[in-house]
Design a protein around this ligand. Sequence first.
Ligand SMILES: NC(=O)c1ccc[n+]([C@@H]2O[C@H](COP(=O)([O-])OP(=O)(O)OC[C@H]3O[C@@H](n4cnc5c(N)ncnc54)[C@H](O)[C@@H]3O)[C@@H](O)[C@H]2O)c1
Length: 365
Amino acid sequence: MTSLRIEASRPYYCVIDNGISGNVGDYAITASVNATKACIVTDTNVAPLYAQRVIHSLESIKIEAIMVVLPAGEEAKSFDNYQLIISKLATCHFTKDDIIVSLGGGCVGDVATYVAATYMRGIHLIQVPTTLLAMVDSSIGGKCGINLAEGKNLVGTIYQPDYVLTDPLLLKSLPDEQFASGCAEMIKCGLISGQELFELVSTPFTNDSPGLVELISACVKVKAHVIALDEMDMNYRMVLNLGHTFGHAFEKISGYMILHGNAVACGTIMAAYVARYETDDFDEALIDDLRLTFAMFGLPVTIKDCVGREISVLELLDAVAMDKKFRNNQLNLVVPMSVGDVRVIPLTFYQLESFLRKILDSDAI
Ligand SMILES: NC(=O)c1ccc[n+]([C@@H]2O[C@H](COP(=O)([O-])OP(=O)(O)OC[C@H]3O[C@@H](n4cnc5c(N)ncnc54)[C@H](O)[C@@H]3O)[C@@H](O)[C@H]2O)c1
């Protein structure tokens, strides 16, 4: 078992242990001694696999459990589902002593956390992440939100849970491509952290590797360190966006049909190319290292493999211009210089266009 304290404005523990999802009740009563009810928010894939053990654990300490089962995937993060959950809480007379249990991947986690942040201006929350991506990334740091027809994650806030309970055994049922998607975020953590973690996450591992608790813990530590320095995303937290500016653009271009981690993998290689053109001290070996590492997990390393077709510079520029980090005609792009050296470089729209022309025209990616 690893127990990591996340130093946020409301500090909390992320406990990582095989089987911990069967002990949610014990943590619930520690989080709120007066809790009488818990609402498990989950999705159609996860509910039949794991909801019963969480219900049993809550009921064994006399917390009544109700459940809201959302559609799997991005559909979960809709305004309608947000409203469905808060109406259910109100109808069942949930008070500030009661608890939301988020049981699922990043989609369930984002909407459940937004509910917890806003119902009665904030109620107790326990996150039980069930995807690798949620374990190493989305369950940590409190970012949450829902999608609008106009764009992804346009409504949201930052709200920290009481506990994150991470049970790597739940990954045994996760489809391979979803596991690989989480690996992309772990490789990102390695790039930010340095050689030791990069080597660990570059060595093949699977959902039943014995060292998974330690590997997940090491990645959570990287995110926790960044959160401790900049919980509210004012500056340094931006490094976690490595690979995401181009990644979000690839997701948008594909009509959100590709997995987040696949987009981040290819987006990281794009960012490395920008660093190669823009800076003098770029590590020339990095691009090949990244290609090898991402490819080892079956992640795409070319735009065509990522979005399924060639794309034009204008199409990519148009999609990148939607990035939240694009303000006043300037993009703060996070780029990897070498393993352990990640920087933010400001680019004007015209500089970005010129880099994209060079990169796409050279057929490098
Ligand atoms: N809040 C943050 O800081 C943050 C960070 C990164 C990503 N996100 C968000 O996370 C979302 C993506 O999350 P995700 O990749 O976990 O996707 P997801 O929640 O859609 O889960 C992926 C799929 O796996 C299924 N699944 C989940 N756990 C399973 C298990 N143990 N066994 C079998 N199937 C299982 C789900 O039902 C779903 O079909 C995006 O909406 C993204 O915006 C948020």
